[in-house]
Design a protein around this ligand. Structure first.
Ligand code: NAD
Length: 323
């Protein structure tokens, strides 16, 4: 049986090469509009996206009856309308493993950038200013790091922080195997203990009802002064308006805030990004060559499994498929 896959967004070449090596016809359609995808959706057994292309209800119903699966090269699948996919009998799957190390490394990079004010020092140097006195920094050594969310990325981030001689606290009420060898040296604590004892707090939870606005003004008030707060997870886990209020009214609260993700991407208001205590990146946690190759190959392998063997690895909506 022959299969045809539409590859939207710039999915790494290695993935597409893998599909072709399995005899699957691939159409690469980077940057197409919704209407353009709607016009062609009915020809494909599968669609692969990264984060740019939105898979809307219109696209999904246009894909019926041929379209079986939509694959997201990466973790977050907020750009795919999962409800509409389920209604149209389309399985949605992600490839959650490939970007773990890259995101962990970015969280650590942000913590170090803030500790040594690297972003601020570089901005001054680029104005030809040699301002040594403004850049007294802090060591990460010996500090307490609080990891919120002890999943794939949280664990890898904590492990790496441990190597810098830190005490690592972890809050994750759903982590069942606290004896896991990967977590050796982590202390599992409750949320309030983590918030009140950490010098560096790094968020690694999914965005859910429970985690939306998890970091708000009330929580920020309980943090230590000179805390570093990092969010490489999802926008909205920190309440941005309340974070901005804290940054503006509590000058001693933060050493700095590292943000890779935002409530709106790109931000509608840039006040947070422009705050001098904030070191910001444009949602690039998974944007490394290594991660992109891994997630692309992984999702393409899963697509082949799904089309040829009806085996839907990392499916997120199998229990909700309507037909
Ligand atoms: P994961 O599912 O492996 O881990 C998430 C952990 O959070 C789980 O252990 C879960 O038990 C825990 N958790 C869930 N709700 C919680 C709560 N209310 N309080 C505390 N812990 C809770 O996910 P992951 O692959 O480690 O991804 C973590 C986050 O990173 C996700 O938000 C993901 O979307 C994000 N991410 C960001 C980028 C980026 O480019 N910045 C790339 C990949 C993933």
């Amino acid at each position: 049986m022959s299969f045809k896959v539409l590859v939207c967004d710039s999915v790494a070449k290695k993935g597409v090469e893998y599909l072709k090596s399995k005899g699957i016809e691939c159409v690469e359609a980077n940057g197409k509009t919704e209407d353009e995808i709607v016009a062609m959706a009915g020809e494909f057994d599968a669609i692969i996206v990264r984060s740019a292309t939105k898979i809307t209800p219109k696209i999904l119903s246009a894909g019926v009856p041929k379209l079986k699966v939509v694959g997201r090269a990466g973790v977050g699948y907020d750009n795919i309308n999962v409800e509409a996919a389920s209604e149209n009998g389309v399985v949605v799957m992600n490839s959650p493993f490939g970007s773990t190390i890259s995101v962990a490394e970015l969280a650590i990079a942000l913590a170090f950038a803030i500790s040594r004010k690297i972003h601020l020092a570089d901005a001054k140097m680029k104005k030809n200013v040699w301002d040594k006195k403004s850049f007294m920094g802090n060591e990460v050594n010996g500090k307490t790091v609080g990891i919120i969310g002890g999943g794939r990325i949280g664990v890898e981030t904590g492990k790496r922080f441990k190597a810098f001689n830190t005490r690592v606290l972890c809050y994750d009420p759903y982590y069942v195997n606290k004896e896991d060898r990967r977590l050796m040296g982590f202390e599992f604590v409750d949320f309030d203990t983590l918030i009140s004892q950490s010098d560096i707090i790094s968020l690694h939870v999914p965005k859910t009802k429970e985690t939306t606005n998890m970091i708000n003004l009330e929580v920020i008030k309980k943090m230590k002064d000179k805390v570093i707060l990092i969010n490489c997870a999802r926008g909205g886990i920190i309440n941005e308006a309340e974070l901005l209020e804290a940054l503006n009214t509590m000058p001693d609260k933060f050493l700095g805030v590292g943000l890779d993700v935002f409530e709106n991407e790109p931000p509608v208001k840039w006040d947070i990004v422009n705050h001098e205590k904030v070191c910001a990146t444009p949602h690039v946690g998974a944007s490394t060559k290594e991660a992109q190759q891994l997630v692309a190959v992984q999702i393409c392998e899963q697509i082949v499994e799904a089309l040829t063997k009806n085996n839907f690895v990392n499916a997120v909506n199998l229990d909700k498929i309507k037909k």
